[in-house]
Design a protein around this ligand. Structure first.
Ligand SMILES: Nc1ncnc2c1ncn2[C@@H]1O[C@H](COP(=O)(O)OP(=O)(O)OP(=O)(O)O)[C@@H](O)[C@H]1O
Ligand SMILES: [Mg+2]
Length: 342
């Protein structure tokens, strides 16, 4: 694999076999992560963001009913075919994940300090004293008021918010090559959120740690991400550099997401735009463009034929829409109101 590529996902599909039949939560996703890159992943609830990133560490395998296809290449190996013993070596060492549920990452039988020290002693070859010093510093940076006390406590002695911070501290302690952050800070208050983002950016700049950052907050994306992938119903529908996404969103779905960012300019008349309709069920995926059931520009072709993720005139910008050029040039009429049932 190219030296400039840390991780490469190739046509990833993730299927769940449920009582009602097979659903494909991630359907043909491909992209590469370069060292130092911070990639934002956005899209409405249920679009497959978590399932996709959890596949990278094979965290879905507690359910019998998951099936993968495609490749996730890391260190010249396909993660999807590696034995779980190899994956365990990658987890929390080369690739760390932080997400909203801290319970699953902290070990109940060790103190918080021991756990954060341990990853550093193992992966960074530092002394116990150095590790403890950094553990206290990291807990402090994630907003824990009394970190010297916290290192001596067991996870059950901490509140949910404190466990969340301890998990973030632990994931960052080993300074992984890739950090996967799945809305890790949404439950925390704004000041702490900002502090944690600063910490992530600091390690990114100092160590070249790449980040896959899932968030609903496009403000955070514009602040820290170098590029963005927009997901809709298991697929990437637009990908580009962050500046470009805000300057020139090409997919009608991305345009809808950007228009629905709340603006706090004090003007109460300023109605929040929402994208009409809901994400279709995975049991009933539209045949053509998946967004066609909600897209104001969709026509017959959109309903019947699935567009590819196409190249645009900008080498870094790809979009999965038949009519993105016409929409950009104002050549397509927007249909208002309910979409016909298709
Ligand atoms: N074990 C499972 N069995 C069946 N379907 C599943 C399973 N896990 C996830 N799904 C489905 O996969 C789809 C994608 O879920 P995922 O959690 O990745 O969405 P998401 O984009 O992370 O949403 P959110 O923004 O709410 O976190 C959803 O429709 C979900 O119901
Ligand atoms: Mg999720």
């Amino acid at each position: 694999m190219d030296n400039n590529i840390l991780l490469r996902i190739e046509d990833l599909k993730v299927h769940f076999l449920t009582d009602r039949g097979k659903v494909t939560a991630v359907d043909g996703v491909s992209f590469s992560v370069a060292p130092k890159e911070i990639i934002g992943i956005v899209g409405e609830s249920g679009c497959g963001k978590s399932v996709m990133v959890q596949s990278i560490l094979r965290l879905l395998e507690h359910t019998e009913a998951v099936k993968y296809s495609g490749q996730i290449l890391y260190d010249n190996k396909n993660i999807l075919e590696s034995p779980l013993s190899d994956i365990r070596k990658i987890r929390g060492n080369d690739i760390s994940i932080i997400f909203q549920d801290p319970q699953t990452s902290l070990n109940p039988v060790y103190t918080v300090g021991n756990q954060i020290d341990e990853v550093q002693i193992l992966h960074k070859k530092v002394s116990e004293a150095e590790a403890r010093k950094r553990s206290i510093e990291l807990l402090h940076l994630t907003g824990i008021k009394d970190p010297k006390q916290c290192v001596k406590q067991y996870p059950f002695e901490l509140s949910g918010g404190m466990q969340q911070r301890a998990m973030i501290a632990m994931a960052l302690a080993c300074e992984p090559k890739l950090l996967i952050a799945d809305e890790p800070t949404t439950a925390l208050d704004v000041t702490i959120q900002a502090q944690i983002l600063d910490l992530i950016v600091e390690i990114n700049e100092r160590m070249g740690m790449a980040v896959l950052f899932i968030t609903h907050d496009l403000g955070v994306v514009s602040e820290i991400c170098t590029s963005v992938k927009v997901m809709y119903l298991g697929q990437i529908v637009e990908e580009t550099k962050t500046d470009m996404l805000f300057e020139r969103p090409l997919h009608p779905y991305t345009q809808g997401l950007i228009k629905s960012i709340p603006r706090f300019d004090g003007n109460r008349e300023d109605k929040l735009n929402v994208i009409e309709g809901v994400v279709p069920s995975l049991y009933d995926v539209p045949k053509g463009c998946r967004f066609s059931t909600r897209c104001p520009y969709a026509d017959e072709k959109c309903i019947l034929e699935e567009p590819p993720l196409m190249e645009t005139d900008d080498i870094n910008h790809r979009v999965k829409c038949w009519y993105y050029k016409e929409v950009e040039q104002g050549l397509r009429v927007k249909e208002e109101g309910e979409k016909p049932n298709v």
